[in-house]
Design a protein around this ligand. Structure first.
Ligand code: SDX
Length: 429
């Protein structure tokens, strides 16, 4: 990597700052010495121009609509690989050999069951609790059960915790769904692959046999691949910040789940489907486009726009294609919501407001339609995002813990509050 300099001049001070080039993508200015040498901070709310870390895991080129997991294009992984292979790639940095994949799959499979006492957590929730609330609580509580994988500084315990998280998230997610509909929990069946096991835990009932539809299992597996990681997004940054304090991995993932829940982030898939359902018919689209453009209206087109992608989100393209595959397989034909979505996209992409701001559909725009077709209620959409993103969170957490230069994350601020003043007694106010 080449190193050169950037010069910052302020008043009578001039500071030379190192510039570091990555293997691909934007270079960075190392502002580490800034406060020490100038007494000033940088200011970047929302971290629009801030690299929080060095990473080798995922690369996003927002202008070109490129997403690489360890250098491999998302399109190639989504259409040629499977989720377990993608998990191995994100965790270890290379695609597994056949033997490595078999062993990794076996390791994951052997951790799919949760501690039997954990199932009692669910009865403590109201039946109508949002499944994301259940996920945050139950995943955080894993710290209370898996004491033999809490020591961050023991590589073996770190790996066991990683495998446990990846393996148990589908089980916990399926249990949250079953609890919400009053059906009994379905134990994992380890003869099934990861995604088939998940579909069975969600949709099987003890009263009858359940046969996994391979087209649907392939579709959910591809959806998991698309959602697996996305560099330093809000929830991943949350996991890294929580992990930087030395919090245990289960607590860090629970923090990531909490952040993902927001409608500006992973909660957008649920919000996007609710929006499409509210629009209802194509003739009502102009009204919603007008609302989305109005400065006086906080409404935004959910599933549209992205902090990084200023072109079409490559994952949205694959999601749209997979949606048609699943709807055709299920004989649903053209779901009215899909018709609204496609017309909304067509209109928005020709409208100056969206073109000027480079607002395109993102991964959340179509995902709700396919997840609804697979039989999931809207409230489960972000849960599925969390199931898939767990491997990305864990891989990024692991990379941070193993980085010898890592330290606790502790941003500063621009203070605009009251200067120091003296306390006044109540009688004097
Ligand atoms: C995910 O970061 C990641 O990688 C996230 C993610 C991942 O894999 O982890 O990709 C997953 O979170 C995808 C994004 C899902 N969220 C949504 O779909 C919610 C709707 N979209 C937005 O709220 C918004 O686009 C964000 C939050 C995604 C990005 O917001 P930014 O980058 O902070 O952009 P901004 O809010 O500054 O908007 C820039 C302009 C503004 O207009 P002006 O003030 O310049 O006039 O674009 C407008 C915004 O009002 N705008 C929208 C819009 N998104 C942005 N206007 C209407 N509808 C929208 N959806």
């Amino acid at each position: 990597m080449t190193h050169n300099k950037a010069t910052l001049t302020y008043g009578d001070k001039t500071l030379e700052l190192a510039v570091r080039e990555g293997s691909i993508g934007p270079a960075v200015v190392d502002i580490g010495p800034l406060f020490r040498d100038t007494g000033m901070f940088t200011y970047d709310p929302g971290f629009v121009s801030t690299a929080s870390c060095e990473s080798k895991i995922t690369y996003v080129d927002g202008d070109e609509g490129v997403l690489l997991y360890r250098g491999y294009p998302i399109e190639q992984l989504a259409f040629n690989g499977d989720f377990i292979e993608t998990c191995y790639l994100l965790l270890y940095g290379e695609l597994p050999t056949a033997a490595e994949k078999t062993e990794f799959d076996h390791q994951i499979t052997r951790h799919t069951m949760i501690h039997e006492q954990m199932s009692r957590f669910f009865s403590g929730f109201r039946r109508d609790a949002h499944p994301m609330a259940v996920m945050v609580g139950t995943v955080g509580a894993m710290s209370a059960f898996y004491h033999d994988s809490l020591d961050l500084f023991d590589p073996k315990q770190r790996m066991v915790a990683s495998l446990r998280m990846i393996a148990k998230m589908p089980t916990i997610a399926a249990m949250a769904y079953k609890y919400s509909i009053g059906q009994p929990f379905i134990y994992p069946l380890n003869s099934l692959d990861y995604s088939s096991n998940f579909l069975r835990m969600c949709f099987a009932v003890p009263a009858e046999d359940y046969v996994v539809n391979p087209i649907l299992s392939r579709a959910i597996d591809r959806i998991f691949i698309l959602h697996a990681d996305h560099e330093q997004n809000a929830s991943t940054s949350t996991v890294r910040l929580a992990g930087s304090s030395g919090a245990n991995p289960f607590a860090c993932i629970a923090a990531g789940i909490a952040c993902l829940w927001g409608p500006a982030h992973g909660g957008a898939n649920e919000a996007a489907l609710n929006m499409l359902a509210e629009i209802g018919t194509v003739d009502r689209i102009p009204e919603y486009i007008a609302r989305a453009k109005s400065k006086d209206n906080p409404f935004r087109l959910m599933g549209f726009g992205h902090r990084v992608y200023k072109s079409y989100d490559p994952r949205a393209k694959i999601m749209a294609e997979t949606t048609h595959e699943v709807l055709n397989e299920l004989g649903i034909g053209d779901d009215p919501l899909l018709e609204v979505a496609m017309e909304l996209e067509r209109i928005a992409l020709t409208d100056e407001y969206f073109i000027e701001r480079k607002l395109y559909p993102n991964i959340d725009f179509y995902s709700g339609i396919i997840l609804k077709a697979l039989g999931f209620p809207t409230s489960m959409f972000t849960v599925l995002f969390a199931v898939a993103r767990t491997v990305g969170w864990i891989a990024q957490w692991k990379e941070m813990i193993e980085d010898p230069s890592q330290k606790i994350g502790r941003p500063r601020q621009l203070y605009t509050g009251a200067p120091q003043r003296d306390y006044t007694r109540l009688d004097d106010r």
